[in-house]
Design a binder for this molecule. Structure first.
Ligand code: ZN
Ligand code: ZN
Length: 667
């Protein structure tokens, strides 16, 4: 294809210098046909040919220059632009206002703002259109200040002026400024077009301004733009980003024409907002409407399967991926690796990883995460070594994954070593998340004061999360005094939330400081703090059984209750001691034990033992971290019942077998 390159530019300059122009004659071809052919040649990049064939017509009708100029914009060649500019001068077409406007637009698109401004300044009389072109040129190059200046100096503006300002501000995430322009526009009686509305909605999404977004939604309904697919997708995206999933879903379902983009917006929004069921539901809906999922869809739904640990559905999507031929697309492979890992099938993660086609750091990082999730510390380190040997350069995310894996495998020294390597060998600067992993690692290993020192001396600002991580380490090691001190730090950052109060109350309870516990409980009540209820579930013969603490509404509650009691007394005989210190309420020993026995994971395991055959591997999912008492109890249960029990909690897998857990009591 004849791209107009520098050689062509040279030819063009030859033509310019060849005066007088030889006039060709085209009387046999109609002018509409000629214009079509001219624009066709220009859009394909055959500028030289276009010019030579049609120069006579161009001279007669300066507006035809616009085709050449558009062609020049797509070649992105500034030298050629200058020559076209020179050509308009020698031909005398320069005096034509439209030609000048097109030239300004060209310079703006090619980023030569100076030449654009020079043209503007020599125009004998500027009009709204030329000022708009100037604004668009500035906006397109991110010079919002100059755009603003032109806007302020304009004696009159039209709807395009306002649209350009709204689009520009939103494009560079000057969201508040953009919204101000949007309301200014309405005040002056101008109506935004669908692109400006799309921008405004993106701005609302960026600001998480749900109320404002709803107002814009109201406007789109009134103005009839609701049916536009641009506005519809932007609306759905706004609702999803503002966490109003229901409204977002409604917008998509009510759109006259649904497409892959709109469904992807919805599915990704649900997956990212902890609504994996909704994501999978809309994935099925999408397929029912006859739309073909693409790689973006696959990434979202696979992450939802990971979240829910629904292996069956994940495998179905995997076969869909193979059918669509997307198996080797990097993002999809990473999602497959992490889906299989989170569904407990590390072997399949490894399979997906070994079948990769390209060497990419994202894939290696996903595989490191997969090993980390299963507590395979050795493999994590081995994989990292292998990666370095292959000359792949780890990035910040790789290191975060490594540190996270170390903190969940109890590899304290290795973790500190990686942090050091990150800075000394790869020149990366650790962020607060990296330090959080290290503090977690030190805290869990019992090096509480070292962890505190790390926070106080690290080069980045501490956030509430890192303090809270230390706070839970204080709980783990029953250091009530330090916990009080750390909670002061969390409070200073205004971030003492439900979980922290529960944690503090727990710490005080285990130190038997009942007065403090009741103060905490009162504070929690005042704040209407609610602890997220623990939920455990498992799949058996295509049915999901779900349990919450003290699931008295379960149809077989009586059976379950007596079986749990039996189970607890059995393991007590083998040495299990209920961790009654962690029970929040000040109550008698028996009551405390009873309350511990009703934790959702114990109920789920008991029920799984009741209904499943002896060779059925018990796999339990829990929405929160497994509590220490349940962890101990399950080790005993696995031993005396001679069963393998796998529990996936909020942070990792626990494989219980023969009285031990794969996490080595580190989670
Ligand atoms: Zn528990
Ligand atoms: Zn464990």
């Amino acid at each position: 294809m004849g791209i107009f390159n520098h050689t062509c530019a040279h030819h063009l300059s030859e033509i310019i210098n060849k005066k007088p122009f030889q006039i060709s004659y085209f009387s046999t071809i109609s002018s509409a046909h000629k214009i079509r052919e001219l624009s066709n040649l220009c859009s394909k990049g055959y500028l030289k040919q276009a010019f030579e064939t049609f120069k006579f017509d161009i001279w007669m009708n300066p507006n035809l220059f616009s085709h050449l100029i558009h062609g020049c914009i797509s070649t992105k060649c500034i030298l050629l632009a200058k020559q076209l500019h020179a050509l308009t001068i020698t031909s005398g077409c320069f005096r034509d206002k439209f030609v000048t406007n097109h030239l300004m637009n060209m310079y703006g698109k090619l980023g030569d703002l100076n030449s654009m401004l020079v043209l503007y300044n020599v125009m004998p009389k500027t009009n709204v259109m030329s000022s708009n072109i100037l604004i668009n040129g500035y906006v397109g190059n991110g010079d919002l200040e100059s755009a603003h200046k032109v806007f302020d100096e304009m004696p009159e503006r039209n709807v395009a002026t306002w649209n350009a300002m709204v689009n520009g501000m939103m494009q560079f995430e000057e969201n508040e400024e953009g919204l101000r322009f949007f309301s200014g526009m309405q005040r002056e009686g101008f109506f935004p077009d669908e692109f400006a509305l799309g921008s405004v909605l993106r701005g609302c999404a960026g600001l998480r301004a749900l109320l404002c977004g709803r107002q814009v939604h109201g406007y789109t309904v009134k103005s009839g733009y609701e049916v536009s697919s641009i506005v519809g997708s932007a609306l759905a995206n706004m609702y999803m980003r503002c966490k109003s999933l229901e409204e977002g879903g409604r917008v998509i379902r009510e759109m006259p024409v649904q497409n892959v983009v709109s469904f992807n917006t919805l599915i990704a929004g649900m997956a990212q907002n902890m609504c994996p069921e909704g994501a999978l539901h809309h994935y099925n809906l999408m397929k029912k409407t006859g739309l073909q999922p693409d790689r973006i869809t696959f990434v979202s739904v696979l992450s939802s399967c990971s979240e829910l640990a629904t292996l069956g559905q994940g495998q179905q999507i995997h076969s869909e991926v193979i059918k669509r031929g997307d198996t080797l697309v990097e993002g999809v492979v990473s999602s497959l690796i992490s889906m299989y890992s989170k569904c407990g099938c590390l072997e399949d993660s490894i399979k997906a990883f070994t079948k990769r086609k390209d060497e990419d750091i994202v894939l290696w990082t996903s595989m490191i995460a997969a090993y980390g999730f299963h507590g395979k510390g050795e493999q994590v380190i081995e994989l990292f070594d292998q990666m370095e040997r292959q000359g792949l350069k780890p990035n910040e995310v790789t290191f975060l994954t490594l540190l996270y894996a170390c903190s969940h495998c109890g590899l304290k020294d290795k973790g500190l070593e990686f942090l050091d390597l990150m800075v000394s060998k790869y020149g990366l600067s650790p962020g607060v998340e990296h330090y959080t992993c290290i503090v977690d690692l030190l805290g869990r290993s019992g090096c509480l004061s070292k962890a505190e020192e790390m926070i106080r001396t690290m080069p980045v600002k501490a956030d509430p999360v890192i303090w809270k991580v230390l706070l839970s380490a204080c709980k783990m090691h029953k250091n009530a005094d330090m916990a009080m001190r750390i909670s002061q730090e969390v409070m200073k950052l205004g971030a003492l939330d439900a979980a922290s109060y529960v944690l503090l109350a727990n710490i005080q309870a285990s130190a038997k400081r009942w007065e403090e516990v009741s103060t905490m409980r009162k504070a929690m009540k005042d704040l209407r703090v609610k602890k997220e209820p623990g939920v455990s579930w498992f799949e058996f013969r295509n049915k999901v059984y779900q349990f919450t603490m003290g699931a008295k509404t379960h149809p077989r509650w009586k059976e379950i209750d007596s079986y749990v009691k039996e189970l607890m007394s059995e393991i007590k005989k083998c040495g299990y001691q209920p961790d009654t210190d962690s029970v929040l309420q000040d109550m008698g020993q028996d009551e405390k034990e009873e309350s511990l026995a009703q934790h959702s994971e114990k109920l789920a395991i008991a029920f799984a033992l009741m209904i499943s055959p002896p060779d059925f591997p018990i796999r339990i999912m829990k929405n929160l971290r497994i509590c220490s008492d349940c962890h101990v109890a399950i080790k005993y249960i696995a031993k005396i019942k001679e069963r393998e029990i796998v529990v996936r909690d909020a942070s990792r897998f626990h494989h219980f077998k023969d009285g031990t857990c794969s996490c080595g009591d580190f989670w």
